[in-house]
Design a protein around this ligand. Structure first.
Ligand code: MRU
Length: 346
């Protein structure tokens, strides 16, 4: 088996949450430790930890910290302290459904306890299980996705849907890693992914470190590369896939999907079951709008005039008719998506 990047992005250590500080990459690989839910919420908001599965597990761990720190002796009082941490964590980022999935899962575990003591123990066990399950789910979806990858394929991705966006292994990069593990020769095209540069900073970091062949391009070069026939497949992650089959992912994904259709290139989102929203349709999802500084500055340096109005949507939405298949830890989903998502995910 290939010797891939194995350090966990988020991990639970009894009374603390350890994370890789993704704002320091690729320059420095630094791990930070948090002991309060407020610190975890701030880490999610400022993208010390980012990527849908990673923030889902991190938020759940933030609540486990609240349970650990609470002085409550009665279950009802403990649940109140945990609920207050949950509402803070829910307010950090609106688009990735994994965040809400992680919070709801750990809260419902605590609510099923009979005593505060049991609830504390159970949530600690639950977040450790979520950490393990995330890596296992990515390995599984990686294997399903790898069957779609041909030997010698060049794959275009977007943002970072790698080990750093999950607890480990990755979703889109999980597919690529699994294809490499099957002995296939794979090349990856990595768009830089302005404004936060997750492609240039994080995906490039992971692929270079794992010795997987990759080329960094500017976001504006995507159409040109497709028109030259240099892309065989598009494989991206997802922050939320709604019950009607719309894929929410990092801004820039939709234009890749449209261009892929134009050039006859299959477009595959890869996501674990925790990314599927079986309650909402696409009209009911909030796309996060982030601060103007991300656009007017590059790594802290101003590139646009002061006072310029800025729009900074962090995600976009790809309609199901542009999707060739969805790669999940429960297998592939093909059209018609609405019915097939329910069949596999509910
Ligand atoms: O704003 P980010 O960096 O949290 O956005 C991340 C993405 O859009 C990823 O592609 C998505 O979360 C899938 S990660 C497995």
């Amino acid at each position: 088996m290939a010797n891939f990047f194995t350090m966990r992005t988020v991990t639970w250590e009894h009374d603390r949450v350890r994370m890789i500080d993704q704002t320091a990459l690729p320059g420095r690989l630094v791990r930070v430790a948090y002991t309060t839910p407020e610190q975890v919420a701030e880490a999610i908001r400022t993208m010390v930890v980012r990527g849908a599965p990673a923030i889902g597990v991190a938020a759940a761990m933030g609540i486990a910290l609240a349970a650990h720190r609470s002085k409550a002796a009665k279950l009802a009082d403990l649940l109140r302290d945990m609920e207050s941490a949950a509402s803070l964590l829910r307010s950090t980022r609106p688009t990735a459904v994994n965040l809400f999935w992680g919070i709801d899962r750990v809260m419902s575990k605590a609510r099923s306890a009979r005593s505060a003591k049991d609830a504390r123990e159970w949530v600690a066990e639950e977040v450790k299980a979520m950490e393990e399950e995330d890596v296992a789910a990515n390995r599984k979806l990686g294997r399903y996705g790898a069957d779609l990858v041909g030997d010698g394929d060049t794959i275009l991705t977007q943002c970072n849907a790698g080990a750093l966006a999950t607890v480990g292994y990755g979703t889109a990069l999980g597919v690529i890693r699994a294809a490499v593990e099957q002995g296939k020769l794979v090349k990856v095209i990595v768009p830089e992914t302005r404004p936060a540069l997750q492609g240039a900073r994080l995906t490039a970091f992971e692929l270079v470190r794992d010795h997987i062949s990759c080329t960094l391009i500017s976001d504006t070069a995507v159409g040109h590369m497709m028109s030259l026939g240099r892309v065989d497949k598009v494989v991206v992650g997802a922050d939320r896939i709604t019950k009607d089959g719309y894929v929410f992912n990092k801004i820039g994904t939709y234009q890749e999907a449209v261009l892929a259709k134009r050039h006859g290139v299959p477009f595959y989102p890869a996501a674990p079951h925790s990314t599927f929203d079986l309650v909402r349709t696409h009209e009911q999802v909030t796309i996060e709008e982030r601060g103007a500084d991300e656009v007017v500055k590059v790594r802290g340096r101003r590139i646009a005039p002061r006072g310029i109005p800025v729009a900074n949507p962090a995600f976009d939405m790809t309609p199901p008719e542009l999707v060739a298949a969805m790669v999940t830890d429960r297998g592939l989903i093909r059209a018609p998506y609405q019915g097939n998502i329910f069949r596999l995910m509910s």
